[in-house]
Ligand binder design. Structure first.
Ligand code: PGA
Length: 252
């Protein structure tokens, strides 16, 4: 099964428009001629439009970090799927642990967002992952399967090429302490097993399952060498071109 690896940068709340467009130009120049993998950047909402413009004619894809499930309305501070689409987004990160932990997003919110993304032709990058307490209590597998099942319950129009799942252990995000590649692979494999229950094995085999949590130039090769890891969702190490480009140009 050949899944096209996806290397995604989540810029979180970093960079002005000028900084974001400068960075993305460097990234676009650095991926020229790279055909066997897909590269995605997810800037803040204020930079989506200018970054989308700067990316025109390049293979680098654009994604938003969050979106509301309604198309429009009285939802101060939110952006919708059609708005993200309008500025050139192809992907939408959904249910990042910072959204869940700091802004009260529930599995049900994630489910509605996944449906809205699919309805509007955006590929959701659904984030799941356990806390340190859950990890230490041996609850990783249970937690992650529950999150995947809850976010995809009753979703229509779901096929393997229209969703990406990012497994990100919360304790590994922004801490410099990454999961071990074989452990991460085991959990990514579990994600695929749960996906197979939901959409059938054939479709589940098409889903890109990413690892995220302190991915860096020094460890990307080891993650990408794992059978069930099809890419990475990268925070801190995606904020400078040399670091992100080294990740994009991983070799196994
Ligand atoms: P990190 O963040 O690479 O800085 O750990 C990953 C993420 O939050 O997606």
């Amino acid at each position: 099964m050949s899944r096209v690896p996806l290397l995604a940068g989540n810029w979180k709340m970093h960079k002005t428009v000028r900084e974001a467009t400068d960075l993305v130009r460097e990234i676009a120049a650095g991926v020229e001629g790279l055909r066997d993998r897909e590269v995605l950047v997810c800037p803040t909402a204020t930079s989506l439009h200018p970054v989308g413009q700067a990316l025109q004619g390049t293979p680098v894809r654009l994604g938003c970090q969050n979106m509301h499930w309604k198309e429009q309305g009285a939802f101060t501070g939110e952006i919708s799927a059609p708005m993200a689409k309008d500025v050139g987004c192809a992907y939408a990160i959904i249910g990042h642990s910072e959204r869940r932990g700091l802004f009260g997003e529930t599995d049900e919110h994630c489910r509605q967002k996944v449906q809205a993304a699919l309805d509007h032709g955006l590929v959701p990058v659904l984030c799941v992952g356990e806390s340190l307490a859950e990890r230490e209590a041996g609850q990783t597998q249970e937690r992650v399967s529950t999150q995947v099942r809850a976010a995809l319950a009753g979703i229509t129009g779901l096929t393997g090429d229209r969703i990406v799942v990012a497994y990100e252990p919360i304790w590994a995000i922004g801490t410099g302490r990454n999961d071990s590649p074989p452990e991460a692979n085991r959990t990514c494999h579990l994600v695929r097993t749960v996906l197979a229950e939901i959409m059938g094995e054939g479709e589940a085999r098409k889903v890109r399952v990413l690892y995220g949590g302190s991915v860096k130039p020094e460890n990307i090769d080891a993650f990408m060498a794992q059978e069930d890891i099809d890419g990475a969702l990268v925070g801190g190490a995606s904020l400078t071109a040399p670091s992100f480009l080294r990740i994009v140009h991983y070799h196994v």
